[in-house]
Design a binder for this molecule. Sequence first.
Ligand SMILES: Cc1ncc(COP(=O)(O)O)c(C=O)c1O
Length: 477
Amino acid sequence: MAGYDDLLEQLAQYNAAGFLPMHMPGHKRTALGGGELPWQLDITEIDGFDNLHEAEGILKDGMELAARLYGSARAFYLVNGSSGGILAAMAAAAPFGSRILMARGCHKSVYHAVELLHLEPYYLTPPVDPSFAVTASLPPKMVESALAQHPDIRLVVLTSPTYEGVISDIAAIAAVCHRQGVPLLVDEAHGAHLYFHPSFSGGAVTAGADLVIQSVHKTLPSLTQTALAHVQGNLVDPQQLAHFLSVFQTSSPSYLLMGSIHRCLKLLEHRGPALFADYVQNLQRLDRRLESLRHLRVLCHGADHCSRHTDFFAFDPGKLFISTHGTDLTGPQLTALLRQRGIEPEMTAPHWVLAMTSCCDTAETLERFAAVLLELDGLCHSTGAPYVRPTPPLPPVRHTIAQARQLPTVPLPLTEAIGRTMAESLWMYPPGIPLVVPGEILTADIVQVLGGIADSGVQLHSDSGLAPHGVLVAATG
Ligand SMILES: Cc1ncc(COP(=O)(O)O)c(C=O)c1O
């Protein structure tokens, strides 16, 4: 949409074009949370409106409602997304310069915290589901043996659900961590909706994680940037969390954003069960439609069942992970065809496309999506080609991220950088999971994976903007 010089005008025009948003934010541009969020409500800390960083009035009441709804000891509003919450939670739980255990597939905000806090991470790499080539649940045994091997670990961090919707057994992982007195932080950015119907399960607050960060904007009706931080148990001091939230968040939080979190919480309190009952029914109807797919496959939907994925503890039925493996379509081609038919998905990867649903979808929006997917399925052909996801070994580490960020750098073409120390991260966005981070040595295997992503037409991002052709490496070594 070129040719606009006014962002709000461009947004209004896009909205008028009628695209079906199969992506976040979870409000899906409906006014479910209330239609009145304009300029005239945007204020600062005026008398009577409380103060987020020293809440004692309506903001405190709202955060107490969040804690009650989710069952945590204490909840905080976040206005800088889960990203700000993750930075604050890691600062509150991991002493500066300490060792932590983290899933390699964590969001870049976790890596940013590693950098700022000079942490030394040990990485855990969960298994890959063979049929959809998607990262499976993190096995509790993997956490247990890593903690036994590294008794100096001060924090465990993982993502559940993953961006693709795979949920880990948080209760078992929390028990393993707590036996060693180590706090568990769960990045539940994609799981704020897991608490309101039995068809959605595996919420990390209920399962006993010490710190849980949720983007309410991703899967619930709330404005972009809004999120929640929960703390419970006796391993993390809520005051420390409050302190670091004031470090990593603005001192002028938007009342519109906080108002939208409050509205969302009240909606869940009063209408949550009914909304989610409808949502589940609509998803079940969608599933029956997707059973007719002949070439495209949707993870844990349609003809595919969660029980087939023995490495999954659970799966979020709100996610539609559409695999193009074994067909003559690539992920970018499928996305282009969806867009031509007025559907905007959440993410495109070389061999899959992700669409997000929410309780703001209706029987009609999901039927519109199903009809288009079935039409496109009819246009593509099976090639039978098996797909094996390349899983290059973790690259050797020469420096911590913080150390590597201090080194003088030099730009190099990607292929000439093999064997050199990375001075920046590379990632696909979304989901913003780094493929290689500063301080690691760039291997030929990783360059091959990066090349494959770029060749498929999916954009690679880097701090310097040189990707996919070039990278910044340490000038020496
Ligand atoms: C797994 C995960 N964690 C954290 C974040 C950051 O969330 P936010 O965009 O609310 O800052 C994202 C964003 O995509 C994510 O996918």
